[in-house]
Write a new protein. Structure first.
Length: 242
């Protein structure tokens, strides 16, 4: 079963709908002055709500991953195990940052009680590896293919809890990425697919290879606000793909 991430959440109601629909990852934008930016206090409330509904903490998940670090033979094995950990133990809250300092990111993550940090910009991603939070690294393909390969090996060898996310150059503007490239040129990894996904086209990804999950933000909105019906439909559609 695929992971599903609902991003750009800024209300308790949207987070609750995502969680009750079966989303594994719920994302809050923590980049200042964006239309989807979630205020810190609301993000705290979302974090508390999410943690009530899952069996294990993020630190317990990280410990389990570390205990198996020497058993992985490739990043594919590693990312598929991370996928299983998230499926079995979620949901988890992801905070999305872009070109913010490491100190700022970690400070905000601690204040809110995040589970994962998503890096959406050109920041040096491995500098953010830590023992408190999982990581989601955004890559633009084909531009970042070799960087993704390098990071995947580092994460596997060091037992870093994290996943790659594939997005369009613009990001957040609903542009679909090249699914044929994802299927044909990324056999060395497994990743979350983002970029232009909606409840209406999610089933069209059924034959896209090397994908372990789906990410959506604008695709579940109506007039710039999260649409609860679309959230539920997207989660159900994503979960129907194996």
């Amino acid at each position: 079963m695929k992971l599903v991430k609902i991003c750009g959440v800024k209300t308790i109601e949207a987070a609750e709908t995502a969680m009750l629909s079966g989303a594994d990852l719920i994302g809050c934008i923590l980049v200042p002055n964006k239309s989807r930016t979630c205020d810190i206090e609301t993000a705290k409330q979302i974090a508390q709500y999410i943690k009530q509904g899952r069996p294990q903490s993020i630190s317990q998940i990280m410990t389990r991953l570390q205990s198996k670090r020497d058993t992985f033979t490739s990043p594919v094995d590693y990312f598929e195990y991370v996928q299983k950990l998230i499926l079995d133990n979620g949901p988890f809250l992801v905070g999305v940052f872009q070109n913010q300092s490491r100190d700022e990111v970690l400070s905000i993550a601690r204040r809110i009680g995040l589970d994962f940090i998503q890096l959406h910009g050109s920041e040096p991603k491995l500098d953010f590896v830590n023992d408190e939070f999982g990581l989601v690294f955004r890559y633009v393909v084909p531009r970042d293919t070799e960087l993704m390969r390098e990071h995947g090996l580092h994460m596997m060898r060091n037992g870093v809890l994290g996943l790659p996310l594939l997005d369009s150059e613009q990001g957040g503007e609903g542009k679909v990425i090249d699914w044929d490239y994802v299927s044909g040129s990324l056999p060395f990894t497994r990743a979350i697919l983002a970029g232009g996904l909606t409840p209406d086209n999610i089933r069209e990804t059924m034959d896209v290879k090397n994908v372990i999950g789906f990410d959506v933000s604008g695709g579940v909105e109506t007039d710039g606000k999260k649409d609860l019906t679309k959230i539920a439909k997207f989660v159900n559609g994503g979960k129907s793909i194996y």
